[in-house]
Design a protein. Sequence first.
Length: 414
Amino acid sequence: MPAPTTVYRDATLIDGTGSDPVTAAAVVVTGGTIAYAGPAQDAPPAPEGARVVDLGGRTLLPGFFDTHVHFNYADTSRLTSNNLDVHPSLHAFETAERMRRTLHAGVTSARDLGGIDAGYREARDRGLIAGPRLRVAVRLMSHTGGHADFTLPTGVNLHECGNTTGEIVDSVHEARVGARRLMRDGADVIKLCATGGVSSPSDTPDDEGLTVEEIAAVVEETARHGGRPVAAHAQGAAGIRNAVRGGVTSIEHGYLVDDEGIDLMLERGTFLVPTLATFDFADREHLMSRKAVATKRALAERTFERVSEAVRRGVRVALGTDAGISPHGANLAELRHLVAVGMSPMAAIRAGTAHAAELLGVADRLGTVRAGMTADLVVCDGDPLADVGVLADPANIVLVVQDGRAVKDALPAA
């Protein structure tokens, strides 16, 4: 049987390449692949039996990426609870629901940087649950007392109770072995902590984490096993420099990146994933420790200054939200923050589509709306180039197509 064809017509097309929008556009999807995208007048004749969807002038974009999420973390509970008070089966269903909400917000691909295991990726791929296609880090790697060490003041060690999201290493040798354990457990990406953090109990963003030598050992070990990207949690300037010198693929957060760090990132092509949505925390302070609230407030102004400088100088940016720390299902609110630090709305959209696909190594099939690409599409009410904030409200996301199949359809009935 021939593959089914769907024709989306009367759309304003923003294709993710950075090209000007195409009005009166058509996108033809056959099976799970885009067969045509461009002016409707140039579209090939629709085959007999094709389904035609009139988008009524709405904007059609590529499916978005969120390259930094934590589906394991409920955004309505304290991070240190670590799901100890929830049945594992209930927690799995809650996690799946967060994935579904994220998909319905327009995110068709995501990178979970610590918390869920590889089974969620397989369940999504097998159609058992709905959610973004996944890359997973499984656990975060840090040293004892570092950002991934949530040993509690009471002496309870979460690393011994089966709920850990930490991979603790304290030498070059242990870093190498830790990378091997993570790859054995199905990690697509290795997440390591080059600095402390806002939420970790025993350090601060300015504290250095893994050393340059330890980071380089992780990068080398992944290269020996077919190659995997290495993402570095890095907030303070010294740790950012260490991570880039060690060869990581991306700097996650990058709040206090200095001029030397920017120089290094530009020299090596390192991506920045700023996760600026985490600074919208006024309604979540009750879930944060006093240390975390004070640290976040102290960081805010300097962070936006330094990230703005990185953007101004041309550091490559991919969209990531740290969802779980920021709210799930409102991922595209990050676009407004990217515009606030100096990106145009079109550049912010590319950070969430084509450039994010490049970071994940899938730009040959995802991130743009072009013939031959996988049919991941998002249709929204409003003009995101006039107000990128329209994408922040999931109610404005009226159609989400993943692999050619409509997974959310809130278009008005014809």
